[in-house]
Ligand binder design. Sequence first.
Ligand code: DAH
Length: 341
Amino acid sequence: MRDKIQQIREKALAEIDKADGLEKLNDVRAAILGKKGELTAVLKGMKDVAPDERPKVGQWVNETREAVEKLLDEKVKKFEAEALKRKYEREKIDVTMPAKRSQKGNLHPVTQVKDQLSEIFTSMGFEVYEGTEIENDYYNFTALNTPKDHPARDMQDTFYLSPEFLLRTQTSAGQIHVMEAKKPPIKVVSPGKVFRSDDDATHSPMFTQMEGLVVDKGITLCDLKGMLDQLVKKMFGKNVTTRLRPSYFPFTEPSVEVDVSCFQCHGKGCSLCKGTGWIEVLGAGVVNKKVLEGCGIDTNEYSGFAFGIGLERIAMLKYGINNIKLLFESDLRVLDQIDDN
Ligand code: DAH
């Protein structure tokens, strides 16, 4: 019996020794220690052993079991450690490698200007109204005191879609929709695309404007000037001021052209302000009574001011762009440089 157990032990230890993986070790464990294993069979055959031999045989079996289990456990640990090491090797990260740069997009410069202005105006209590790009003649011209054959229609070369419908030439058309829909007090800005048959370094057939309209009791040109001063400080810097020059728009009386003091040279004269110290930024004025009355607003009680800003022009001034086409060519070498938000 002793020899048999010894043989089982030697065979088991030899097989464990040659095992090349966890699977093989499990096979050995089953073949020796499992329910139907060789060592288990010896225990099962104990009834045939003489009673006084049994303790000894039991002891040999136990010693063998312990020796086999010990070697098995050691080998299992070794294989597991090796597997872990291989896994770590596979998943190793070289922290000194340069990181992959994720490409971050930015908003189009005109959108950036639109967002900045919208934020300034909403902080002043303006609502935002977005009109439609197709308008009819009435909203774009007639209701803005520009009836058919009015010479001011020549100021804006219009794309007509039919005798009645056109692509709006100015966001001013939105003023009329707002005044028809709302009673004063009114305080809205209206950004959007406008269209004119016009094309050179500073003009594009499609461009973007932001209209502003305030109607309330006792509104004067002074309110316009005060608001504009606040606006340009927030947009161009604390030291920037405005000046008003007389101008003409059919829907405002008086009408003004608004200049800002040059934010590049601060009035000394440079190429941006063409040596004048001032830069023209928008048109504005006191809303013509005829326009208010056409919308059913009592001009004995209410008055208003309005303004229209060309957003491409502001973007060009702010970001030093000298040709409006650069804003429409979608060249990332240009657009990537402008990230103000
Ligand atoms: N609509 C004018 C334009 O396109 C800009 C403008 C001027 C709008 C004066 C106004 C304003 O509301 O009061 O040239």
